[in-house]
Design a protein around this ligand. Structure first.
Ligand code: PMT
Length: 398
């Protein structure tokens, strides 16, 4: 599947540079054409000759080849690449990529590439955890680079292990998976609930919330990209997927309607259900048939009654092969509330997002979530676009 693919591997000055040799070998063995670019510091750690031998091509490091006077274009390799990998990526190179400091061949090629960029950081733990490095990684990720690191979410506050480089076999797997365009979820059927629900007060008023449908839509799109058949059940949201991205788009208004829709779609063929909707917990006990006039009431007390818990209802009847994923929207950190919800609703995982974080939750294009799995695993993701959050959720849980 790598046959004929053009892979650029950039190597920087890190003790992990020796692992790049294995990475080059894995791609060559899989049939890819590999070109290696080394930073000057990388040559202190591994010999260009080794890499030239393994890649079966000259290694490029300088703009100008002193031996034969040849000028190496600083953009050619960037444009040639189908995938551009920097492994190991030192703190210095990460900072240069982040700020566009084009003072060596690797950075100029990085700045000119149109290929997907994969960055495998490798450095001392304190350097990795430093806010500057973390901010630089976050900037690169926001620009579409894929950070491949054994540290989940690479957040300094949650570091597990060291700032070590991911193993070459794992880097190879991640890059080839994304290059092959292989659709991992072909044949899987997933129900996604999204948006708010509106609970009627009278014909012109409702009780609702601020959900825009952006997070649910991003999930539907991420699942669709991986080949899943998506049944999308949405409340009155401003954002929803196109007809092409889902196999069914069911529009509902209230929590009771959403519950009926989920129950009618959920059956033994359902592989997973993601409850991303912000379902109103209460509805108006007796909605008025006619518009209530201002003159009629000086004080208007509404009686609210609890809506059914849709996720808990499905959680109670699901079979072991069916994955259930919920969301928890909290106004504070909220881990214990989220874990409690996961247990009560019999979910396999819950995505915790908090209104306490800027750029997270309702309405915005970004989110900052923690993925909590029933087996105790926890993945803290940095602030990212909802599109990238959705891709990460799909990558981690499917
Ligand atoms: O739509 P956006 O503007 O992009 O915003 C996205 C979001 C903030 C709405 C989304 O990321 C999110 O957090 N959705 C769940 C919000 C919520 O209702 O959380 P909760 O903690 O109240 O509910 C917990 C879980 O139970 C959720 O999976 C919810 O869908 C489900 N639930 C809740 C109540 C109910 N009656 N039935 C349910 O199924």
């Amino acid at each position: 599947m790598m046959q004929g693919k053009h892979i650029v591997i950039g190597i920087t000055g890190s003790i992990a540079a020796y692992k790049a040799a294995t990475l080059v070998r894995l791609f060559v063995k899989a049939g890819a054409e590999v070109r290696v670019i080394m930073t000057p510091a990388a040559k202190e750690f591994i010999s260009p000759l080794t890499l030239a031998t393994l890649s079966q091509a000259p290694v490029i490091s300088e703009f100008f080849d002193k031996a034969d006077g040849q000028w190496h274009s600083h953009v050619d390799l960037g444009l040639w690449a189908d995938a551009f990998i920097i492994a190991p990526a030192s703190a210095s190179t990460i900072a240069k990529c982040s700020y566009g400091v084009a003072d060596n061949m690797l950075i100029t090629s990085y700045l000119s590439t149109r290929a997907k960029v994969y960055i495998a950081p490798a450095m001392d733990l304190d350097m990795f955890a430093h806010p500057t490095t973390q901010e630089n990684l976050q900037r690169l990720q926001e620009r579409g680079c894929i950070i491949i690191s054994p540290q989940e979410g690479f957040l300094a506050s949650k570091l597990i292990g060291k700032g070590r480089m991911e193993e070459p076999e794992e880097i190879f797997r991640r890059v080839s998976e994304s290059l092959s365009g292989e659709k991992r979820l072909l044949g899987k059927r997933v129900i996604v609930t999204s948006g708010p629900t509106h609970e009627k007060i009278d014909p012109v008023r409702f009780v609702g919330n601020y959900s825009s449908g952006k997070m649910g839509t991003a999930l539907a799109q991420a699942l669709h990209e991986e080949g899943a058949e998506v049944i999308f059940i949405t409340g009155p949201a401003s954002v929803m997927p196109s007809d092409k991205e889902v196999s069914q788009l069911i529009k509902v208004t209230s929590a009771l309607e959403m519950e009926a829709a989920v129950r009618s779609c959920f059956d033994a063929e359902t592989d997973a259900t993601i409850f991303c909707a912000a379902v109103a917990d209460y509805r108006v006990a007796s909605p008025e048939g006619d518009k209530v006039k201002r003159e009629r009431k000086e004080v208007w007390n509404l009686e609210l009654i609890a809506n059914p818990d849709i996720a808990a209802g499905i959680g109670a009847i699901k079979q072991s092969h069916q994955k259930m994923i919920g969301f928890a929207l909290e106004t504070e950190e909220g881990t214990s509330y989220a874990l409690d919800k996961m247990k009560r609703k019999n979910l396999d995982a819950i995505i915790l997002n908090s209104m306490a974080h800027e750029g997270a939750g309702f309405g915005v294009d970004t989110n900052k979530v923690s993925v909590l799995e029933a087996d105790g695993k926890r993945h803290d993701l940095p602030l990212m676009s909802k599109t990238d959050v959705a891709k990460e959720i799909v990558r981690i849980l499917f």
